[in-house]
Design a protein around this ligand. Sequence first.
Ligand SMILES: [Zn+2]
Length: 91
Amino acid sequence: MCAVCSEVVAKETGYSTGFLTSDSSHPLFAFNYTTLHKDHLRQWSKYEEFERLVADFVASGLYAGPPILPSTEPFVTPMYRMGRAYKIGKE
Ligand SMILES: [Zn+2]
């Protein structure tokens, strides 16, 4: 479901944050598997916060993997990030 309009998000028109962190005390934990229509990204009230948190996360060196933020590429399921390395938090 889209975090903006609560409608079902189709694969072709959606964006998903995927799995970000297993650390429940990390601010990005709340954004795990957030899905949105790509058209609604800019209307998402938390987009700027999310973007900032992701930038900090990447800059902190705790994240190693493909880019998290949406690009202009076609939608890719979170599956493609399953092999990335997580160094944050406890197991
Ligand atoms: Zn939507």
